[in-house]
Ligand binder design. Structure first.
Ligand SMILES: Cc1ncc(COP(=O)(O)O)c(C=O)c1O
Length: 377
């Protein structure tokens, strides 16, 4: 038997015996997703809700998230591959391609599957205007109001809007833009973008969409026809650390769990982990958890990043390895192999872990790798 065959038979054996080879997994709480969705609905009762589920549903599973949001008015994805998966799974709501098409050759499929499409570049507008579509498309024309990334300039908007409005390829036209600094309620760019967008919307008297999660919570004048709700649906605050709403009753959908795999007693002065960046200040127990950056736990998590062991916080120490981290167990010297660990989720917001790793919750959620098992609560 060669190596591959051995692995194959071992995998079957593990499955048969319902063994779990590694105790690290994510739990997905779909009732939390429904709860967060209803919170969004309450927040903007007049608007339609476009659930943003790109990047594999922010790491929660594209099809699973869509399937658990039956009341969403539409789904936003990054590209056609994600949209076609949704259609193949029987999702019939409107689906919006946030990046539009990358080449005109995608247009027949876009039309065939009734996908709504953002146009953000002049070449995309020209390509569509040249293309004889069998069924007219729902087009979202994106204008750059200050993000400085994708979107037509005001001049380009004024050129293409009337052309698209009257084109047989276009079934409906929605004006859209994206906010650059909505996570900071006090940022002056917010008011500037809101004003510019309001001017365009009034001028064209059109259905419109501007709000992401932060806007839909903090700026009621950004709601318009559609809100594009992403991170909030997954139960994560979109705001800067100092502006998070403690009172907002969001529920995290994802829990990243594991258990203690070893307790090692160290002497004062011993190094912990790669680079010897942490030294034991006294004789002490150190806990090892089978998770690391190869699973999606952030390598840049600093000393002191909280981890819940037996539902109580203990600090991470030393560098995060590919599949292991170390914990300071001085506050729980009697912890035992097998004791439950929560890396983030209900009780330890992913935002808090992200703050300790100089990143954002979005990145941590989308970075959990496929090797981490998934369970539904
Ligand atoms: C164009 C666009 N709209 C809406 C969203 C959703 O943003 P959030 O997850 O902050 O709600 C995103 C996410 O990146 C986006 O790119």
């Amino acid at each position: 038997m060669n190596n591959n065959q051995v692995c194959y038979y071992l995998a079957i054996e593990i499955n048969k015996q319902k063994l779990m080879s590694c105790p690290t997994f994510i739990e997905l709480d779909w009732s939390a997703l429904a709860h967060n969705f209803h919170l969004v609905k309450k927040q903007c009762p007049q608007a339609k809700i476009m659930a943003v589920i790109k990047s594999d549903g922010y790491g929660h599973g594209l099809l699973a998230v869509a399937g658990h949001l039956p009341d969403a008015d539409g789904f936003a994805v990054a590209c056609i591959e994600e949209a076609l998966q949704l259609r193949a799974a029987g999702i019939s709501q409107p689906i919006l391609l946030l990046s539009g098409f990358f080449e005109g050759a995608e247009l027949p499929l876009i039309a065939q599957h009734h996908l709504a499409c953002v146009l953000h570049q002049p070449w995309q507008c020209e390509e569509l205007l040249r293309y004889p579509v069998p069924t007219p498309l729902a087009i979202w024309l994106k204008v750059d109001t200050g993000m400085g990334r994708l979107g037509l300039s005001p001049e380009q908007l004024h050129t293409f809007w009337p052309q698209l409005k009257n084109a047989p390829q276009v079934q409906s036209l929605t004006l859209m833009s994206h906010m650059a600094c909505a996570d900071d309620r006090n940022h002056p760019l917010n008011q500037q973008q809101l004003r510019l967008f309001a001017d365009y919307q009034q001028y064209y008297q059109t259905p419109a969409s501007l709000a992401n999660s932060a806007c839909l919570l903090a700026m009621p004048n950004s709601h318009y026809t559609w809100v594009r709700a992403g991170i909030i649906l997954y139960g994560v605050s979109p705001f800067l650390p100092e502006q998070r709403l403690a009172a907002l009753p969001l529920k995290p959908v994802m829990r990243l769990r594991s258990s203690l795999m070893a307790v090692v007693w160290h002497h004062k002065g011993d190094n912990i982990g790669y680079g010897g960046t942490w030294r034991c200040p006294q004789d002490m127990p150190v806990g090892i958890i089978p998770i690391g950056y190869g699973d999606g736990y952030p390598r840049h998590a600093k000393n002191g990043t909280p981890v819940l062991l037996n539902q109580r916080p203990v600090p991470l120490i030393g560098r995060v390895s590919m599949n292991l981290i170390s914990l300071d167990l001085r506050s729980q010297p009697h912890a035992q192999v097998g004791d439950p660990v929560l890396l983030w989720g209900q009780g330890l917001p992913v935002e808090t872990v992200a703050d300790h790793a100089d990143t954002i919750g979005y990145q941590l959620l989308t970075n959990v790798t496929q090797r981490v098992a998934r369970k539904t609560i």
